[in-house]
Design a protein around this ligand. Structure first.
Ligand code: DC
Length: 237
């Protein structure tokens, strides 16, 4: 397992929360606004799940799954202004977003060995600052000393509705009730696992995005980060 390092200077900003709360879009906008690097840790787990899926090893064989992950290289690259994720040099940004890969990702993300691999890589990528990392355990495990922590949530119904609209816009045949049920099932898997479960860090600022627009959330977060940058001095900007 290896990865490309991204090391500008500045604060470490952690954004955790359940799927569908708007984390990816909000993190992308916030990182662009601050001129920070966006690290989508979910995409890293997804890329490893794709490697496992392609390898054909049984998903419940921890040793074989881990061996596949250890042989894989996950990195980020930039393509036409967009951040993309690569697996062994191949851009897999679209391939990792299918429902099958989502489910397999949630499963392998519960494995201690897989988490340890990505933990090391995520710390390497973020430790110099100037980063916004999004995930489930950034403020609790990856960077418990992050300068700013947010916990972004929204009601399961709203998160399911957003996901449903997203899939429908891609032309996929989807059912709203089923999508909401899938969101709830994934929450259960993410919060109930033994290793680094999804939970809010005690010092995280909670934001409920159910009734807020993306711009409203980004604005609120940017206000907090800029305030922290001012108190940290010029090196953090
Ligand atoms: O954020 P996402 O939907 O792309 O995440 C995909 C899966 O990976 C999800 O089931 C949670 C898991 N994940 C995790 O366990 N820890 C992270 N830091 C990021 C994602």
């Amino acid at each position: 397992m290896s990865g490309q390092n991204l090391r500008p200077r500045g604060l470490i900003v952690a954004i955790d929360g359940p799927s569908g709360a708007g984390k990816s879009t909000i993190t992308r906008h916030l990182a662009a606004l601050l001129d920070y690097v966006h690290i989508d840790t979910g995409a890293m787990y997804r890329a490893l799940a794709l490697a496992v899926s392609r390898s054909g090893v049984p998903a419940d064989d921890d040793a074989q799954v881990l061996a596949v992950c250890q042989r894989s290289t996950v990195a980020f690259c930039r393509k036409q202004g967009q951040i993309c994720v690569t697996l062994n040099g191949e851009d897999v940004s679209d391939l990792i977003r299918t429902p099958e890969i989502s489910l397999l990702t949630s499963h392998i993300a519960g494995m201690r060995g897989v988490r340890e691999l990505l933990l090391t890589l995520q710390r390497e990528m973020g430790h110099d600052g100037g980063v916004v990392l999004e995930g489930r355990d950034i403020g609790t495990v990856v960077f418990p000393d992050a300068d700013v922590k947010f916990f972004l949530s929204a009601s399961p119904e709203e998160r399911g509705r957003r996901r449903y609209l997203e899939l429908k816009a891609k032309g996929e045949l989807v059912d709203l009730e089923r999508t909401i049920a899938e969101v709830i099932a994934r929450d259960k898997q993410d919060t109930g696992r033994d290793h680094a479960p999804l939970r809010q860090a005690e010092d995280a600022i909670a934001i409920d995005s159910t009734a807020l627009s993306i711009d409203q959330v980004v604005e609120r977060m940017a206000g907090v980060v800029k305030e922290r940058q001012r108190s940290a001095g010029p090196a953090a900007a």
